[in-house]
Ligand binder design. Structure first.
Ligand code: 8YV
Length: 329
């Protein structure tokens, strides 16, 4: 980096307080209009910037990075997931990549719980009924959902967010099961009374509710493949607040339409912002626009993390949330 006041290009509008602080600390180009950058504009950005601050809506692929200039030393991602960044290309170019872990954990877990309840208790359907003006009044057998207390929740990915979901779910009386690359620390397992499943196949076949909380990596792409989704019990619900790519969206849609899976709560989609139109027709599906971490508090804390990562890096230190080099490769 040429000076300790690097040129940072921010691809989306961030909270005012974050943009103001960035203006004070860095040479910064903001996107006050909040129009997502085209790939040409991204190329222009990687040619110019010392630091790029992208979000999940920017595809920083190998083609874009191949056109970056030597001055681009840091990609300080605004967000946890870095699956939209070609890490292999970034590594080849010696570019450091950071993210914003921790600060969106609790909000994302809250929304996961909200989706579990919304699907099992038919919240969105009830709301649509009220707005339609067609509600005829109470009846003993109308709008019956299913109780979540006493059911089994299978968490795929027991990192910080998965554990935060487990803590909440226990409060609602669900028993906790999980699949993860590694078993979590025995103390955490004991606290959550969590059952570890080495076999994802076996776990998905036995759960009443399944929550996807793992990152999207080459290893988790379509982890819930058509074959695995076929193992899900017909009365089970599936929620995803992680990444759409972890589930084969078309296969899930087929199973939901056929009544082979009872319902789904989806905050993320395979080809955002596109959503399989057939999902929209289904009453047993709750769809949200990738908003699980969307609180003002988390966005400000994410911005603070971006600032700290850039500042630390510009001052010649290892930024606290470095994913590359290190965490992934
Ligand atoms: C963020 C997310 O809002 O942090 C993540 O990985 O999925 C979201 O909650 C978004 O990615 C910001 O870039």
């Amino acid at each position: 980096m040429s000076s300790n006041k690097p040129l940072a290009i921010v691809t989306r509008k961030l909270p005012d307080v974050i943009e103001t602080r960035m203006m004070e600390l860095f040479d910064v180009r903001l996107n006050v209009e909040d129009m997502p950058l085209s790939s040409e504009q991204l190329v222009e950005a990687v040619k110019t910037a010392d630091v790029l601050v992208p979000t999940v809506t920017d595809r920083i692929d190998a083609r874009i990075l191949s056109q970056s200039n030597a001055n681009l030393r840091l990609i300080a991602n605004f967000g946890n997931g870095v699956d939209h960044i070609d890490l292999a290309s970034a590594r080849e170019r010696g570019i450091t990549v950071t993210n914003t872990p921790g600060v969106l954990t609790e909000d994302t877990a809250d929304m996961t719980m909200a989706l579990i309840l919304a699907v099992a208790r038919r919240l969105a359907e009830g709301e649509r009924l009220m707005r339609s003006g067609d509600w005829k009044g109470w009846s003993p057998t109308s709008m019956l959902g299913h109780r979540i207390g006493g059911k089994r929740l299978g968490i795929i990915g027991m990192g910080q967010i998965g554990q935060a979901v487990a803590r909440r779910a226990r409060g609602f009386g669900l028993s906790i099961h999980y699949h993860n690359r590694n078993k979590v620390h025995p103390e955490i397992e004991a606290e959550l009374e969590a059952t570890y499943w080495e076999s994802l196949d076996q776990m998905v076949a036995r759960m009443d509710v399944i929550s996807v909380n793992c990152p999207h990596t080459p290893a988790t792409y379509h982890l819930l493949s058509p074959r695995r989704l076929d193992l899900v019990q017909p009365h089970a619900y599936l929620v995803n607040t992680s990444r759409g790519e972890v589930i084969d969206e078309n296969a899930l849609t087929r199973l939901l339409r056929a009544g082979r899976v009872a319902g789904a709560g989806l905050d993320v989609f395979e080809h955002e912002p596109a959503v399989n139109p057939k999902l929209m027709e289904l009453d047993n599906v709750v769809l949200l626009p990738h908003m699980a971490s969307a609180t003002l508090e988390s966005r400000i804390e994410m911005g603070e993390k971006v600032i700290i990562n850039i500042k630390t890096f510009a001052d010649g230190h290892v930024p606290p949330d470095r994913v590359l080099p290190g965490q992934y490769m």
